[in-house]
Design a protein around this ligand. Structure first.
Ligand code: UD1
Ligand code: CA
Length: 472
């Protein structure tokens, strides 16, 4: 813990330019709220206290960011970044150093923030500034002829000559807490937006002769703020490209690093290959030698070594063993667990079920709330009828069972080991082990049946006359 470091994170703004009901700081970047990115970075500095200023959509922001090391403080109504800092200071220790961060600048670097904190610990007002190619919309750093920072001017209040300045305010600053408190108390809203601008404290400090230091960086992405959805999408690509690069240099094959999205964490073993258009959410682990075909979505999934996920699979909260073959077009829903060597084929849905080693459901099937043994063959078109309209029931299928095609297993039901269920059966009662069970209407052959002819009146007798049953 850095003994005397406080953090004030500003997250009260609506983000008008997002045109969204969701507060801006909760919009996700790589699957994580913008403000959560900044929080993760400031936590790296081990501050003793973090105050998050909320306002627009405060409940939602507080609920999403809730953590034991945070205090939330409401700014009602939000009246600018300077007002937000004033509110934050009411919830922070009055001594030490306070680092101010913006909830909408997600990729800020921990090193730069650490630098601001140490400059402030030496008694300075420390600003994080950046030289950018496109300063439009940002506060500009106005320097004196000797190079010292004189003030910050917002885009809307800037004269033409000031708009030409390429050095911008990132919005991150740090100062001794007592000085910061004194300065923000003196702010006035005399500007184009009628807001209390935090940036106005720079001119105050300079006028008092307090030392102002600028730490200037040139990595534009690390200081880019998100004000609209185009900027958000641009940052998303940057984050994804970086993540893909890290995976590739660590040994993962990615068919096209421009076409992968990791919205959480993706851990890959050796010789993993990922085709185009895949989305990974939550925590995904791919063991050695696994391959993921094009256009798959994997959320909170662990995949065993050597398993092949074919194209167009949707896998959610599932555990998959080694050397399995999944898809194409398979859907695994939460609480699915597949042992090694399992095959799940096209248009097969599995929910809250376990399948033992070597079991196969290769075509057009549904397994819900089922415990399936090893080496089971589950035929095309077969389903577990697990829901009676009110409650869910389990199906238990023993080892080496063969379920023919198009069977309905009405749960709760038990199918004994080694049993065979004839195709087209609807089974309601327990199925004994090692026998053939057939539960379907017998085939009938009607010898004298005549196919109707065009224009002939329909007869009700032809089909019932001289019926003869034949067993099949
Ligand atoms: C701000 C800076 C600008 C800088 C830019 C960097 C000011 C006056 N301007 O402008 O110099 O170049 O960031 O991205 O500081 N917020 C509150 N309460 C409020 C207003 C805002 O908590 O009353 C929060 C917002 O939620 C947001 C952050 O402060 O996370 C920045 O606010 P925003 O309105 O986006 O400021 P910019 O116009 O981008
Ligand atoms: Ca902003």
């Amino acid at each position: 813990m850095t003994a005397s470091l406080n953090v004030a994170l500003l997250a009260a703004g609506e983000g008008k330019r997002m045109h969204s009901a969701l507060p801006k700081v909760l919009h996700p970047l790589a699957g994580k709220a913008l403000a959560a990115h900044v929080l993760a970075t400031v936590r790296g500095l081990s501050p003793r206290a973090i105050a998050v200023v909320t306002g627009f959509g405060a409940e939602a922001v507080e609920q999403a960011l809730e953590a034991p090391d945070l205090v939330f403080v409401r700014q009602d109504p939000p009246q600018g970044t300077g007002d937000a800092v004033r509110v934050a200071l009411t919830a922070l220790p009055a001594d030490g150093v306070t680092l101010v961060g913006l909830g909408d600048v997600p990729l800020v670097s921990g090193d730069a923030l650490g630098r601001l904190a140490s400059l402030a610990a030496e008694g300075r007002l420390a600003l994080l500034t950046a030289r950018v190619r496109e300063p439009f919309g940002l506060g500009r750093i106005v320097r004196r002829s000797d190079g010292a920072v004189a003030r910050i001017v917002e885009e809307r209040d800037a004269a033409d000559a000031e708009r030409a300045i390429g050095e911008i305010n990132t919005g991150f600053l740090a100062a001794p807490t007592a000085l910061l408190a004194k300065w923000v108390a003196r702010l006035t809203p005399h500007n184009a937006q009628r807001e209390y601008y935090l940036t106005d404290i720079v001119a105050m400090a300079a006028a008092e002769g307090a030392p102002v230091a600028a730490h200037t960086v040139d990595d534009e992405a690390s200081v880019a703020g998100v004000n609209d959805r185009a900027q958000l999408a641009a940052l998303e690509r940057i984050v994804q490209r970086r993540g893909a690069h890290e995976l590739m240099v660590a040994g993962t094959s990615i068919a096209d690093p421009e076409r992968i999205d990791v919205r959480g964490s993706l851990a890959c073993g050796r010789d993993v290959s990922i085709d185009v258009g895949c989305v990974f959410e939550g925590e995904v682990r791919l063991a050695d030698g696994t391959s993921v075909g094009p256009h798959c979505v994997l959320r909170d999934v662990a995949v065993g070594a050597g398993t092949r996920i074919e194209a167009f699979c949707h896998l959610d909260s599932a555990t998959i063993g080694a050397n399995c073959r999944i898809g194409p077009y398979a859907r695994l829903r939460p609480a699915t667990s597949l042992a090694d060597d399992v095959h799940i084929g096209n248009f097969v849905e599995v929910k809250a079920s376990t399948l033992g080693k070597g079991s196969k459901a290769n075509h057009l099937a549904y397994l819900g709330d089922a415990t399936v043994g090893a080496r089971v063959n589950y035929g095309a078109g077969s389903i577990t009828a697990n829901y009676d309209g009110a409650n869910k029931h389990r199906s238990t299928i023993g080892d080496d069972v063969h379920v023919g095609s198009n069977c309905v297993l009405i749960a709760p039901i038990e199918v004994g080991a080694g049993a065979t269920i004839g195709g087209g059966s609807t089974v309601v009662n327990a199925v004994p082990a090692h026998h053939l069970t057939v539960a379907r209407a017998r085939q009938v052959v009607i010898d004298e049946w005549q196919r109707p002819k065009k224009g002939e009146p329909r007869s009700s007798t032809t089909t019932t006359k001289n019926e003869r049953e034949r067993s099949t």
